[in-house]
Design a binder for this molecule. Structure first.
Ligand code: SAJ
Length: 433
């Protein structure tokens, strides 16, 4: 009888994990609070949109083979070999602390159904010290078992990325942070079933720090690129040319400037890291990087406003076509997308905004058009917010013919400026005015 694994939280992390463990021969039950999502999965339908190679067909295959099913019932945790927790762990910026409501609720339900010898692994990104200070106490008090002895506990931070959810999970190296040696050993043997990359066994605090640091590091790298873009705008230099040549220098890896930093990782992980040392040390660079990245969406709006005023057109009543709502190219994920503040600001300024995205179906309660021509027709300004590959194929001539005023504001370096100017378009890109 294949051993049972329970995955709590069937989202961008939980679903690939559930598919991977069921493919490895385990009997997997995915627990989710949403009845709709449970029904979808049990019909063999993946709730994740965007381009996720092989995920949907594999989920369907595993459900059909009865190796994967979804449920709302935490009693499924009883007798599991392992319980993988992949619930959301957002950061409450107003209260300046993590919002662990989903994590705590899951731990209460798991604790009440925890069996002797089960391994509980948190894949969600958590502030360093959370396993010790939040997860362990709840599980121990609800189950009456002792962490590291009666049950095993740790964190194996996810390294998924929309567009490569299953690939990253299987191929990338992983840090496995156990609560005590026995937990680490148990987790290493568990993850060897699904991870082809290297596994690095450490204590859980180190694992929590590694995860938040790796994303804080990327956030700072992007902030550096955005700061250089602002300098290049002030100097009238093309930041992408600068970046290309800077990266010819050894050990340089300047990232891409852009319309902002979205997603469920980067915007919050440096805040989770800083939170872990509140009262002991006040990080400076993490905060500055966050502030720089958070100014980029509004900078894009400023470029829209200034490009319209160059042709004596007020932004009030101007028809703006926003291309891209997802936070990252070729995905339908809109969590913390820069498109949010951009839309809000443009509408506050009285612009008439229409949005298009090839993958996002609904956004802020509104249906999203897929039809590019419909959104571009009669527009005064086209704004690229997301680097979907499909945008690289748009014909410049058709843009010019469709739009009322041919202005392109490029937030993701999708178009070549020289080509746009040759076609008689007005072009301003972030870092490349
Ligand atoms: N972005 C830039 N410039 C860049 C890179 C990204 O502006 O040079 C923006 C993107 O447009 C997006 C945001 O930053 O709005 C985040 O992009 P991302 O490529 O970092 O995508 P994420 O957030 O899905 O990042 C995840 C992270 N993985 C995990 O947290 C498990 C990140 O650590 C990985 O480096 C990234 O995937 C990846 O490339 O795999």
């Amino acid at each position: 009888m294949p051993k049972k694994i329970v995955v709590v939280g069937m989202g961008y992390v939980g679903i690939p994990v559930a598919v991977a463990f069921s493919m490895a021969g385990f009997n997997v039950i995915g627990i989710n609070r949403s009845r709709k999502k449970v029904d979808q999965i049990n019909k063999g339908i993946s709730p994740i949109g965007g381009r996720e190679p092989s995920l949907a067909p594999l989920l369907k295959k595993m459900v059909k083979a009865r190796r994967l099913r979804a449920s709302q019932d935490f009693k499924e945790c009883v007798g599991a070999q392992a319980i993988i927790v992949a619930v959301q762990t957002p950061f409450n910026e107003e209260e300046e602390r993590p919002d662990y409501s989903s994590l705590e609720s899951a731990m209460n339900d798991i604790g009440a159904n925890l069996s002797q010898g089960t391994i509980v692994v948190v894949e969600s990104t958590i502030s360093p010290g959370t396993i010790e200070g939040v997860v362990k106490p709840i599980l121990e008090s609800k189950s009456g078992l002792v962490a590291g002895e009666g049950f095993y506990l740790g964190t194996c931070p996810e390294r998924v990325r929309p567009g490569r959810l299953l690939k990253n999970l299987i191929e990338l190296d992983r840090v496995v942070g156990g609560y005590g040696e026995k937990s680490t050993k148990k987790m290493l043997s568990l993850y060897r079933f699904i991870v082809k990359g290297n596994l690095y066994g450490v204590d859980c605090l180190t694992a929590e720090v590694v995860k938040t640091v790796e994303n804080a590091y990327r956030d700072a790298q992007i902030a550096f690129a955005n700061e250089v873009a602002m300098i290049c705008e002030a100097l009238g230099v093309d930041v992408y040319k600068v970046r290309e040549l800077v990266n010819k220098s050894p050990y340089r890896n300047m990232h891409m400037p852009g319309a902002g930093v979205g997603g469920h990782c980067l915007p919050k992980d440096s805040l989770l890291l800083a939170y872990s040392v509140a009262g002991k040390y006040k990080p400076m660079m993490l905060k500055v990087a966050r502030d720089i990245n958070d100014t980029m969406p509004l900078h894009l709006v400023n470029l829209v406003e200034s490009s319209l005023s160059e042709i004596k057109m007020p932004i009030r009543g101007a028809r703006i076509a926003i291309l891209g709502l997802a936070y990252v190219g070729n995905s339908d994920d809109t969590r913390n997308t820069p498109a949010g503040p951009i839309l809000k600001e443009l509408e506050k300024m009285g612009a008439e905004v229409r949005v298009q995205d090839p993958y996002v179906k609904m956004f802020q309660g509104k249906k999203v058009s897929r039809r590019l021509r419909e959104v571009l027709k009669g527009a005064d300004c086209l704004v690229i917010v997301t680097d979907h590959d499909s945008y690289r194929k748009i014909g410049l001539k058709s843009i010019k013919n469709l739009m009322r005023t041919p202005i392109i504001i490029d937030g993701r370096n999708i178009f070549k400026k020289e080509r746009c100017l040759r076609e008689g378009l007005i072009y301003h890109g972030i870092g490349n005015l």
